[in-house]
Design a protein around this ligand. Sequence first.
Ligand SMILES: Nc1ncnc2c1ncn2[C@@H]1O[C@H](COP(=O)(O)OP(=O)(O)OP(=O)(O)O)[C@@H](O)[C@H]1O
Ligand SMILES: O=P(O)(O)OC[C@H]1O[C@H](OP(=O)(O)O)[C@H](O)[C@@H]1O
Length: 238
Amino acid sequence: MRPNLARDGVATYDGDGDETGVAGVSGRTEADIDAGISPEAGAPAGAARLGPGTLVLVVGPSGAGKDTLIREACRRLAGRDDIRFARRRITRPVDATEDHVSLDAAAFARGVAAGEFPLHWQANGLAYALGPEVAADLAAGRMVVANGSRGAVAEARRRFAAVRIVMVTAPPELLAARIAARGREGAEDAARRLKREPALPVPPDATIVNDGVPEAGGARLADVLARLAENCQGRGPR
Ligand SMILES: Nc1ncnc2c1ncn2[C@@H]1O[C@H](COP(=O)(O)OP(=O)(O)OP(=O)(O)O)[C@@H](O)[C@H]1O
Ligand SMILES: O=P(O)(O)OC[C@H]1O[C@H](OP(=O)(O)O)[C@H](O)[C@@H]1O
């Protein structure tokens, strides 16, 4: 399932839905967000899920610019007490590319065993988690935005009451060039990242093609987040 990158930065999905298990699936557009079309239809019913605030997972291929656009959107939405940006736990040393909490493997495993992480996943030889403050913010009715894995969306939908997905993508040649220029990964790791294409279990609520300047993509993400927050009304901070 590959996005079409045309049409004013809004991607739709082709295909028969094989990868999502949904026949004739098409991406939700920002118009759908305005219409309040719910992606929870068909989500598994479970025990108490974390909420009532909405978890927004920003997903997409490595190098697309998720962290960059999240930083930009965070700057633009500073002062919004109803929207928080998650600080991830990652088994990666601290570096300039993301303001995460760095944990070693043992500390990460202890966090998992203690049930501290409302969501965790593994990818790229690393372990990632959202911290307990995410659950607290959702419980207070806030929207929480996190850089997520496409492979963790299904689990997120089981664990959280309301999950929205924003796909950030870019043409393949830009992905490769950006990962190389960032210099965080070696050539082999970079190549493995470029090959990763875990399927989403649902189409994204919005897609941002980050092929312009970061400020443009960041402004677009901020817009999408503001609209998603509007549609979570009735669940404001308390
Ligand atoms: N619109 C853009 N124009 C030019 N460079 C960009 C743009 N967006 C991001 N970049 C650069 O591309 C690199 C990858 O961006 P970023 O780390 O935000 O991507 P990511 O999707 O979070 O990737 P990963 O999943 O590998 O962490 C960074 O060096 C960033 O500065
Ligand atoms: O390929 P998928 O499963 O979508 O994403 C895998 C992981 O890679 C990226 O993290 P980072 O680049 O290591 O910070 C994503 O944020 C996610 O955690």
